[in-house]
Structure formats: structure tokens, C-alpha cells
Design a protein around this ligand. Structure first.
Ligand SMILES: [Zn+2]
Length: 397
């Protein structure tokens, strides 16, 4: 930990540029106390590690500090000093007695209170959700920053994100993003424009920004960079994903695969219209291939040209699949409310652009043509080639 009190009640925050000499002097004449538990703590001034306070062996004050890593202390110290340099009122390791929570940094900006948490260790989803909820209910804006060690890039624009990493997704005026920080290199990493193609893997805009070139505004609303996702690249990823899925040892028991075979669909011969990339498909943890296949089975394939599809019936089928956990909403506790119909409606809008439906009202559309299911690898290839052309001409991606 980086803050403690003296016996006389003076607050010592090691984020405030004390020299080693001054601290050695202070240590000679003062005793230091943990602001949370009131126990005596030791001021450590080693050469290898950053200066910090530490509880004595056998201390019971485990909840907040004892599992703290150097990476974590280093990171919050850098972020605290970065905020101070911008003259933003802030407090390191502020303990709110009312809510019994202690954000790494509390700061005030634009008349709002922010609780910054720089997270290096994995915590459970329920602890993350509870802390976020408590902050929100007490007028704090939570600002969770993930340690960049948790991120795994598989190429320029492909990233693996665990459910834990997705918890850090937050809103900004320019779109949703995941902020991460690397204390070793003093860099912020931003993940924006997410297009997941499986539970874990997604295409995304990934940018790295040196701390010294950033200010608080660029952290709260990082500018979006141009990112082109080519249809062919997307289609390859989807193919690869379906192949891996079916090779999985439990594939024979997979209820989804069983269901589609029983409906005469072959996972390897899906048409290009199933598994489209959509701006908000990250609201759903279920892969786009899977949930769009469900929509095809439940609604689209049952209609003939000229027939009407209503929003109400789409909603009904989505709800039914959600109740059975076949379509799962992603846990994104920092967004207000996740409406699964947002990506679903985006999907129907794409199908309208592709001339499969015609919009006939605010909540209705009519089938113009049926989606053609390929019956051979050759037909599938031709469909994809044809589709690539339309997709480009529509300027969708
Ligand atoms: Zn303590």
C-alpha cells in the first residue's frame, strides 16, 4: 500500500514525491498506521522495489492490501502522479467507510466522482459486479482499468478476450471500449470496435498510447481509429471457428449441432447470410454463427416470399432461446442495460440491405427472397464469392 497515517494523524501518501532521505528521516521519528485497520505498518524503502507500506506478519488486514503485487502498486502510483500532473483533484487508496470500498484512486473531474481501479489480479465476476454496482449506487463513476498482461493479441486486429476482460468494457461518447494499462512500459492499450466471432476471439481496433502523450479526456473517450474488416477475412475466421468447434471432442453431444442436423442443415454448408459481423454483437456471448442460425431456424426459414415477420415474433423466439441458455447475454456490468434485441435488429437491418426482406413498417418486414442453403462445398464457395461482391458494393464493411 502507498498511504498511511502517522500517530499524530498526518497522512503520508507516497505518491507525492518524497525523497528517500526525507522518508528515512520520517521513519526514524514516526510510527505509521494503516488507515483501514489501525494496525502499525512498516515503511519499506528498499532499492529494488518501490517504496511502500507493509503490514506486519500475521496481520488480519488482508482484504485490501496483502495480495497486492508490485505491478499493481507501480501502476496505481503512475496513474496517480499522471492525474496530479494534470491538476486533477485525486486521492490515492481512498477508503470510503460508508460503502467499505477502497478504489485505487478517487478523483474529481467535470463535477463527477470517479473510482479508478487498476486491476492486475483476476477477481470473480460477482465481486466485480458487486463493487461496480456499489460505486454506481453511491454516485461514483467506476473506471476499471485492466492490466495489459491479461490481453492476448493474435495478430494486428485479432484479440482473445476472456469473460473477465470483457467486464472492463465501458461506455464513452465515441463508443464502447476496454481500457488497459501496462505499468512496465507506461502505456495505455485501448480495444475498440469489437466484432467477436466466437466466445473468446474478436476482431477489434487495438491501439497503444504512451501515458505522457495522454490526458484524462483521451482516457475517458479515446478517439476511434479507422478500422476495415474485410468480408473475406471475417468469413475465413468464421470457417476456422466452425471447424474447431466440430472437432471438439464433445461435438457429437452438442445440442446445437444436433438440432441443426435434425433440421437438415450442415454446419459446413451454412450460407454467407448466417454469421454476419454486427456493431453490437458483443452484447451476446453466444457466437454470431450460433445465434443467427437460431433466428434462421425459428423465424426466417419458416417464412415464404410475401409473408410478414414481426418484431414481436422475433422477440418471442429470442426470449425462448435465452430462457434455455442457448442465447446468452454477455456480462458487461459497466453498461447500463444490455438489450439483446440491439444486435438482433442490426442483423435484420443487414438482411434488408441484402434484399432478403423489405421493411413494411416500424416493427414489420416482408420476405422478398429465401436464403439459399448451399448443398455442396462448390455451391458454398460460389455463394461466398457472390456475397463478397454485394457486400463490397453495399459498403457495409
Ligand atoms: Zn490494515
Amino acid at each position: 500500500m502507498l498511504t498511511a497515517h502517522t500517530k499524530t494523524g498526518l497522512k503520508i501518501c507516497l505518491g507525492n514525491y518524497y525523497s528517500k532521505e526525507a522518508l528515512l528521516e520520517l521513519r526514524k521519528k514516526e510510527e505509521f498506521i494503516c488507515p483501514i485497520c489501525g494496525e502499525n505498518v512498516i515503511l519499506k524503502l528498499g532499492n529494488q522495489r518501490i517504496f511502500h507500506f507493509s503490514h506486519k506478519r500475521g496481520s488480519t488486514c488482508h482484504k485490501f492490501f496483502e495480495s497486492e503485487t508490485m505491478d499493481h502498486m507501480e501502476g496505481k502510483l503512475q496513474l496517480y502522479q499522471w492525474l496530479t500532473r494534470q491538476k486533477i483533484p485525486c486521492c490515492l487508496e481512498y477508503y470510503d467507510k460508508e460503502i467499505k470500498q477502497r478504489p485505487d484512486i478517487l478523483f474529481q473531474f467535470n463535477g463527477r466522482k470517479f473510482a479508478l481501479e487498476y486491476q492486475c489480479s483476476t477477481i470473480s465476476e460477482s465481486v466485480f459486479e458487486k463493487r461496480t454496482k456499489t460505486y454506481l449506487e453511491n454516485d461514483y463513476i467506476p473506471l476499471w482499468i485492466l492490466s495489459s498482461n491479461h490481453l492476448k493479441r493474435n495478430g494486428n486486429n485479432v484479440i482473445s478476450l476472456s469473460n473477465f476482460s470483457y467486464l472492463f468494457l465501458r461506455k464513452s461518447s465515441v463508443g464502447d471500449y476496454i481500457p488497459a494499462y501496462c505499468s512496465e512500459k507506461k502505456q495505455f492499450h485501448f480495444i475498440q470496435s469489437l466484432f467477436p466471432y466466437s466466445i473468446k476471439n474478436a476482431f477489434a481496433q487495438y491501439s497503444i498510447n504512451p501515458l505522457e502523450k495522454m490526458n484524462i479526456n483521451t482516457l475517458l473517450a479515446p478517439s476511434k481509429k479507422w478500422f476495415v474488416l474485410e468480408y473475406a477475412t471475417w468469413a475465413r475466421a468464421i470457417n476456422h471457428f466452425t471447424l474447431k468447434w466440430t472437432l471438439h471432442s464433445h461435438a457429437a453431444k452438442d445440442p446445437f449441432l444436433k438440432e441443426i442436423y435434425s433440421r437438415n442443415l450442415n454446419i459446413f454448408l451454412l450460407p454467407p447470410e448466417i454469421g454476419l459481423p454486427l456493431p453490437h454483437s458483443y452484447y451476446l456471448q453466444t457466437s454470431p454463427v450460433k445465434w443467427q442460425t437460431y433466428l434462421y431456424l425459428d423465424v426466417i426459414s419458416r417464412k415464404h416470399p410475401g409473408e410478414t415477420i414481426t418484431l414481436q415474433e422475433i422477440q418471442f423466439h429470442v426470449n425462448k432461446r435465452m430462457k434455455r441458455n442457448e442465447i446468452v447475454i454477455r456480462k458487461l456490468p459497466q453498461l447500463n442495460e444490455i438489450n439483446p434485441m440491439v444486435p438482433v435488429m442490426e442483423y435484420f437491418r443487414e438482411l434488408i440491405k441484402l434484399n432478403i426482406f423489405i421493411r413494411t413498417g416500424d416493427t414489420t418486414c416482408q420476405v422478398k427472397r429465401k436464403i439459399i442453403i448451399p448443398t455442396s462445398e462448390q455451391e458454398k464457395k460460389e455463394a461466398h464469392e457472390f456475397f463478397k461482391g454485394i457486400y463490397k458494393s453495399l459498403g457495409i464493411i
